[in-house]
Design a protein around this ligand. Structure first.
Ligand code: AHR
Length: 503
């Protein structure tokens, strides 16, 4: 069908809160994700504050990153925090065995990460080393970060430049323990995880009530339900001595393994295959969510999708271990579809972390020495700002489908929210790479005066922003035509629009 798509927004039946943590980020010691991308060192000619790039900080502040997961990833299960504190000249230089065998100078450690999180106005999500570390090492790290300055651990922290305890809002108990984190069975992981959950204590006196540190256990790999069953069963039977406040899920769009979708110069057939695969996130959440519901019908334990995004073939000529890829209009559409799926599952999915923040995988930002460019995915995160902590508003629509070669896809996707100030927003994605679509928005019971916001589109689905041409894919002002209880939006092909519905 090529007629208008009617989107009916039911403002009378608000749904779940869309936790701002759904817009979280992941920053691993991997390639130039930290070194070069965030950290340039205090003596760099690249403008910085205490070694951290000013341009990157300003860009990240503008998208109000709610939390940053660090130091990995696979890196976390081989990270020893003591290598990353104290005078920079004395820090141990190690090898990043997971990612390209590069030299790890450890100049970006605990204090530098906490400074970074503070500069961008975010919360820390620390992943402790369960795979090759010990309970004692993890417990001492969190003690070092959070203990009273009168204690020995707190004095050491103060001697290294920080008197007041740090705040650690989220604590990851290992990473992919079914894979790079130690190839553990679910039962083995559960037994190992419990002492971490018990003994890794947060001593920051300010972290009580809703500020208390939330512990996130390793959960499923894609569709494998072993860890979902194992960890949730253990959680259901947990005693007073331990608890967890989140279950992690990792899922990437890859096109098989090794990742095969190119990040540039792909055609519309490849676009359609990738988008189809991306939409599978919905079933995946439903599948794990159904298991979680059996053990936790009250949805106390959130599903934390702390690694997601497009994992594409590495940019030719780059170190394949650095996971560098370009980011196109296609990536922006995939980001919007994933965010919409998370919003629809907001009762269970209360935190996610796109992989990764800078220069790695589906990044927000690409840098090259002193140059920086914002990716199409970055612009989606900025356009979706009103969704942070907003209330989900149900929408009904019959999207219809279109065919790209042998792949059938929905023509549009749509979600609506009421933001924290009470304003109504509608986000609509036109998945069709070639045809515009007319959206007939209906808001029964409302008199619509205007629909204004932004649209992100590009000449082609494979259009990218480069250092030489940074504004090929950037949001533009966009308005609909208001008429009584409705609004008409003329969406260009391959576009994402986010508009405020004014009444
Ligand atoms: O994001 C890259 C890697 O993907 C992470 O280190 C790991 O957890 C996952 O396999």
């Amino acid at each position: 069908a090529s007629g208008p798509v009617e989107v009916v927004v039911d403002t009378a039946k608000p749904g779940s809160k869309i936790d701002r943590n759904i817009f979280g980020q992941f920053a691993e010691h991997l390639g130039t994700g930290i070194y070069g991308g965030v950290w340039v060192g205090k003596d760099s000619t690249i403008p910085n504050v205490r070694g951290i790039r000013k341009d990157v900080v300003a860009a990240l502040r503008a998208i109000r990153v709610p939390n940053v997961r660090w130091p990995g990833g696979c890196f976390a299960d081989e990270y020893h925090w003591r290598h990353g504190i104290g005078p920079a000249k004395d820090r141990r230089v190690t090898i990043n065995s997971n990612w390209g065998g590069s030299t790890e100078p450890n100049t970006f450690g605990t204090h530098e990460f906490m400074d970074f999180v503070d500069q961008i106005g975010s919360e820390a999500y620390i992943s402790v080393n369960v795979g090759s570390g010990t309970v004692a090492e993890a417990a001492e790290w969190v003690e070092y970060m959070t203990a009273d300055p009168a204690t020995t651990a707190g004095k050491e922290r103060a001697a290294n430049g920080r008197k007041a305890p740090y705040k650690i809002k989220y604590l990851g108990l290992g990473n992919e323990s079914w894979g790079c984190g130690g190839s553990m069975t679910p039962d083995y992981y559960v037994d190992l995880m419990k002492p971490f959950a018990r003994f890794v204590r947060n001593y920051n006196p300010a972290q009580t009530g809703d500020q208390a540190m939330q512990r996130i256990a390793v959960g499923p790999n894609d569709a494998d339900t072993g860890y979902t069953e194992g960890v949730m069963k253990a959680w259901k039977g947990h005693d007073w001595a331990w608890n967890i406040e989140g279950l992690s899920l990792h899922h990437y769009t890859t096109g098989g393994w090794p990742p095969s979708y190119p990040s540039v110069n792909f055609d519309e057939g490849a676009y359609a295959r990738l988008v189809k695969e991306t939409l599978a996130m919905d079933d995946l959440i439903a599948k794990h969510g159904a298991i979680m519901d059996r053990y936790d019908p009250e949805k106390k334990v959130p599903l934390v999708i702390d690694e997601w995004g497009l994992w594409l073939a590495p940019t030719p000529g780059t170190n394949p271990g650095f996971l560098q890829q370009q980011n196109s209009m296609r990536d922006a559409i995939a980001a919007s579809l994933n965010l919409n799926i998370f919003a629809r599952h907001a009762d269970r999915v209360r935190m996610t972390n796109i992989a990764q923040m800078v220069n790695v995988l589906q990044a927000m930002i690409l840098t090259d020495t002193d140059k920086m460019v914002l990716t199409p995915t970055y612009h989606i995160f900025r356009m979706y700002l009103p969704f942070q902590d907003a209330t989900f508003v149900p929408v009904r629509f019959n999207a219809g489908t279109f065919k790209q070669g042998d792949i059938e896809l929905p023509r549009v996707d749509a979600v609506a929210v009421r933001d924290t100030a009470g304003k109504l927003w509608l986000a609509v994605t036109n998945l069709d790479p070639a045809r515009p679509v007319r959206i007939s928005g209906r808001f029964p019971g409302m008199t619509v005066r205007a629909a204004r916001g932004e649209v992100l589109t590009a000449p082609r689905v494979n259009s990218v922003n480069s250092f030489d041409a940074p504004e090929v894919v950037v949001p533009k002002p966009f308005a609909g035509k208001a008429e009584r209880d409705g609004v008409t939006l003329e969406l260009p092909s391959k576009s994402v629009a986010v508009v405020q519905i004014e009444s």
